[in-house]
Structure formats: structure tokens, C-alpha cells
Design a protein around this ligand. Structure first.
Ligand SMILES: [Zn+2]
Length: 256
């Protein structure tokens, strides 16, 4: 257990130094890593590491080309503790479940939650680089890359690849056959689907009073933005959390 804690601290510190995490994000990563390591051992930590490292690489990949997207999304740059909680909170709950009432269903719910987080991150980090503009899943109209609820073929493919990478990375350590692996990939992808659906419907959206762009930011061009639609309390982090929770819950109920 001590070794798990030390490794978690080292990873969080590295994430902080590499500007993938803010200070608060690094602290919460230690907590998340320790709970997941306690619940699922080295495998849990390893899978978290695969998500964390590939997602950090994905956000740094062609970062300069994604600059326009920073104008739309609520947060960019290092992840703060709310973002860590949004992506790892569900994993932490499944680990607590495993500790309190051991059952393999928690393990598969955990794998599905990490697959969902990766699928969603890959879909958005790579999807915004698609040559074609994404279309809103609700209105089918073209939207700016980075707009929540927008989908592109490339982004969808990368969502599937992201979920697949997590399941492939799990294969050597947990006993699953091909059919089950495909089910887990689908469960991971379901997280991205829920994320997109919520993003297109109830996630809060604002419009800049200066440039007129739709954005998730409360301040744009140094002016407070105007509320357009969605539930005011439902921002990007909450949507992330809910979509990962949905994937984990479906897995748990299915596999219990
Ligand atoms: Zn603006």
C-alpha cells in the first residue's frame, strides 16, 4: 500500500511539473490514485496511468492548432481538481465499492469508467482536429470545432479507438473473452454518447457579447457572456462526470 501511495505521488508530481495538472489537480490525483490503488491494486493504478498519460499526450498533440477551441471550451490547460474529480471520481466510487462490498462487477464498472473517460477525451482532443466541421447531434447543423454536442466522423472514430485502447491495455490482466471485450468497448463508448447528448441539450451555453461566438465561458473578450441555453448548473465538468457515471452504472447493473 505504501508503494502504491509513493508511485501515485510521483505521478501527480510529474503531472504538475509537465503542466498537465494544477496544484489542486495534483493533490486530488494523489487521493484518487490512492483509493483506486487500494481498491483494485496495481492494475487499477496502471489503467488510471494509461488514461492519464494518453489523455495528456492527446491534449498536447497539435496544441497550437487547437487554440481556437480554447475560445469555446470552459477550461483549457492544466487540469484542476474539479476536472480530476469529473474524470476519476466515478473510478474512486467503484474502488470504494470494491473495498466495502467486494464483487467483480465493481472492477468491470471501473474499467468501463476509465474506457468512457478515455473515449470522451480522445474524441474531443482529436475530434477538434477533423478536417470537416462537426455537426450538432441535435440540429445537424455545422458547429465550431469544440462545441459540446457536436460530432464528426473522425472524432467518433477516435472515441472508439480510445475505449479500445483501454480494453486492450486491460486484456493481459483481467479475464475477458472477445465478446466481453467488445461489450466493454461499447460501454466505454456509451460514455461519449451520453456526453454528446447532454452537451447538445442540457449543458449550459453562453454567447460572447463582443464577438458573437457560442462558448462555455462565463467571460469572453473580457466581457461577461450572455446565457443562451441549458441548465445553468450543468457545465462541462458535470457533464463529464455524469456521462462516465452512466457508463459505469450500466456496466455494474449488467455484470452484477
Ligand atoms: Zn468573444
Amino acid at each position: 500500500m505504501f508503494a502504491i501511495f509513493v508511485v501515485t505521488c510521483l505521478v501527480a508530481f510529474a503531472g504538475y511539473r509537465l503542466r498537465s495538472l494544477t496544484r489542486s489537480g495534483a493533490v486530488l490525483t494523489v487521493v484518487t490514485g490512492a483509493v483506486i490503488g487500494y481498491g483494485f491494486g496495481w492494475f487499477g493504478l496502471y489503467l488510471l496511468g494509461v488514461f492519464f498519460s494518453t489523455s495528456s499526450l492527446a491534449s498536447k498533440y497539435r496544441a497550437r492548432d487547437k487554440a481556437p477551441v480554447d475560445e469555446i471550451v470552459e477550461k483549457s490547460g492544466p487540469r484542476d481538481f474539479v476536472q480530476v474529480l469529473a474524470n476519476g471520481g466515478v473510478g474512486m466510487v467503484t474502488a470504494l465499492g470494491m473495498i466495502l462490498a467486494p464483487n467483480d462487477a465493481w472492477l468491470f464498472a471501473y474499467v468501463a469508467s476509465i474506457a468512457a473517460a478515455t473515449s470522451d477525451t480522445w474524441g474531443s482532443e482529436f475530434g477538434v482536429l477533423a478536417k470537416q466541421k462537426p455537426r450538432s447531434i441535435r440540429t445537424f447543423r455545422e458547429v465550431e470545432p469544440g462545441t459540446s454536442g457536436g460530432v464528426s466522423v473522425f472524432g467518433t472514430v477516435m472515441s472508439i479507438v480510445g475505449a479500445t485502447v483501454i480494453i486492450l491495455a486491460s486484456l493481459p490482466f483481467i479475464e475477458i473473452d472477445v465478446t466481453f471485450a467488445l461489450v466493454l468497448i461499447a460501454l466505454g463508448l456509451s460514455g461519449s454518447v451520453v456526453d454528446t447528448l447532454l452537451g447538445a441539450t442540457v449543458q449550459r451555453k453562453y454567447r460572447c457579447r463582443v464577438c458573437g461566438k457560442l462558448t462555455e465561458k462565463k467571460i469572453h473578450h473580457r466581457e461577461p457572456t450572455a446565457y443562451v441555453s441549458g441548465w445553468r448548473f450543468l457545465g462541462n465538468d458535470a457533464v463529464n462526470f455524469l456521462s462516465i457515471a452512466a457508463a459505469a452504472t450500466i456496466s455494474f447493473l449488467l455484470l452484477r
